[in-house]
Design a protein around this ligand. Structure first.
Ligand SMILES: *[C@@H]1O[C@H](CO)[C@@H](O)[C@H](O)[C@H]1NC(C)=O
Ligand SMILES: *[C@@H]1O[C@H](CO)[C@@H](O)[C@H](O)[C@H]1NC(C)=O
Ligand SMILES: *[C@@H]1O[C@H](CO)[C@@H](O)[C@H](O)[C@H]1NC(C)=O
Length: 465
């Protein structure tokens, strides 16, 4: 099994890393990216996987004080609130099935993080969905709590708080799937934790690696699932060629592990991008058409991963639209009504990913304090443009008017949260071995609760719009 090989050779990869100092800088960077993701994945995959049976029992609803009170607009708070901003549940009053006017369009991507003394929307330690996960930061020993007390304030409008009640009302008899890499997983888990504050989820499916999971909120017949598909199209992770490991991407082959399920999915959130930055060989039409980060070793044409990412996202969205026309072709008689595409989520390693580089900042960047990097800017733009193009194409087609594509534009707000990553708290009690011992840092994924909850706040408004 490929993945088993990957695990076996992981140690060797770490040894190889020692020789990286001899490599030219550019190569060093690509290898560093590669190794980091390898390490991150290792942690994902070797989770002490809870057998599905032990998780089949629904957890009791997580007690978030304000969602269970009659006067839920005035949450009790453990902090001293001189002027508490009440939770804004305007979303509760609307439902997709009513004819209430949609909220005015608002650019949620432009704004700033402002202090918010309210308690976070759920208790990560009590959220069953992430109990074996590296992102329940407080449960893993992260003691500082400042990162929990910020809310995103768009420049020209307010972003309503996430309303689990309204979300579940919408999700009733529906299935929302998160498709992509570990950031898709991160966002899906955040959503399940947010909804758990209102209604208990039941884990009804989990593969041994936790890469494919499905929860049902029985009270609402609402389903949330995760599909692992880091390239969106068919790919082989860490295939070995000429003694070096590369991803293999088949640009003209769709990943049927999720594509074949489209008929049973009402809304999808696609979230991918990070894996495109590691060395990869690209196949199209049965031939190798290029390669990123491996031209020298494999004698292939060096290709821009931006171009490949653009191609992959475009083809994937076009295929979703095509299968909507083709009744039954997607494995059912319907395909998603909404496809939201999360834009690139930046990391904040202060140094080399695989050399234990930490993320030490303890507060968000202020507006204008940090410029978005080139890669983040390009990767974001590709998704925003692809979503707009696919939406226009779907709207122009008479038979698929119910299909909508939307960008979930989180790049800027995520880039401003260097304080929101697990850092060393990707593992329980990382300093138990003694201060000063080297630890691995996760400055890529997001603590839960944390900034990723805001992704779902915007997702909720995207659904309502
Ligand atoms: C809360 O804050 C107010 C004003 O900032 C202050 O006067 C008051 O003493 C504080 N209360 C507590 C319990 O700390
Ligand atoms: C429950 O939801 C699924 C969609 O996730 C739907 O296909 C099914 O018909 C629903 N069941 C009932 C009893 O409404
Ligand atoms: C790389 O390509 C060149 C030109 O096509 C060829 O001469 C050379 O043998 C190739 N090297 C390898 C390792 O395949």
């Amino acid at each position: 099994m490929l993945f088993a090989n990957f695990l076996k050779t992981h140690q060797q990869q770490l040894q190889n890393d020692k020789q990286l100092l001899l490599l030219p800088r550019r190569q060093l960077v690509t290898y560093a990216l590669y190794a980091l993701i390898a390490v991150a994945l290792l942690y994902l995959f070797v989770d002490p996987a809870a057998p599905a049976s032990s998780s089949a029992k629904p957890s009791p609803p997580v007690a978030a004080p304000w969602v269970q009170e009659e006067d839920e607009l005035l949450p009790p708070s453990p902090l001293n609130l001189s002027s508490p901003r009440p939770y804004n549940y305007q979303g509760d009053e609307r439902s997709l099935t009513t004819t209430a006017p949609p909220p005015p369009p608002c650019d949620y991507s432009d704004g700033e993080w402002v202090p918010d003394p309210r308690p976070p929307p759920y208790d990560g330690a009590a959220c069953e969905a992430i109990k074996d996960d590296g992102r329940s930061c407080a449960a893993n020993g992260r003691a500082d709590t400042g990162y929990l007390h910020w809310r995103w304030q768009p420049r020209r409008c307010d972003l309503p708080d996430f309303s689990p009640a309204a979300f579940l009302r919408w999700l009733g008899d529906r299935h929302m799937a998160f498709v992509g890499d570990s950031l898709a997983r991160n966002q899906a888990e955040s959503l399940v934790c947010l909804l758990s504050a209102w209604s208990p989820p039941e884990l009804v499916h989990r593969d041994p690696d936790g890469r494919f999971r499905r929860w049902v909120f029985r009270e609402h017949n609402a389903t949330v699932s995760i599909f692992w598909s880091p390239f969106l199209v068919r790919g082989v992770e860490k295939s070995e060629r000429a003694g070096v490991r590369y991803n293999e991407l088949f640009l003209d082959a769709f990943d049927e592990r999720w594509m074949s399920q489209l008929g049973a999915i009402d809304a999808a959130v696609l979230s991918a991008g990070q894996w495109f930055r590691i060395p990869s060989v690209y196949h199209d039409g049965g031939a190798v058409v290029g390669c990123y980060g491996c031209a020298a070793e494999l004698n292939h044409t060096e290709t821009s991963f931006f171009a490949v990412f653009r191609d992959v996202v475009g083809r994937t969205l076009a295929e979703i639209t095509r299968r909507r026309h083709e009744k039954g072709g997607g494995g059912g008689d319907k395909t998603p009504q909404l496809v939201a595409l999360a834009t690139f989520s930046p990391s904040h390693f202060e140094g080399e990913w695989n050399k234990g580089a930490p993320c030490t900042k303890k507060r968000p960047y202020r507006k204008g304090e940090k410029e978005l990097g080139y890669t983040e800017t390009e990767m974001r733009k590709i998704v925003v443009e692809a979503a707009a193009a696919a939406n226009a194409a779907a709207a122009a087609s008479s038979t698929s008017t119910a299909l909508r594509f939307a960008a979930l534009d989180v790049t800027a707000l995520a880039d401003m949260r260097p304080d929101g990553h697990p850092g060393p708290y990707m593992r329980k009690n990382p300093f138990a071995a003694g201060e000063g011992r080297p630890v691995q840092n996760d400055c890529l994924h997001w603590c839960m609760p944390g900034p990723v909850d805001t992704f779902n706040q915007i997702l909720q408004q995207t659904i309502l719009r």
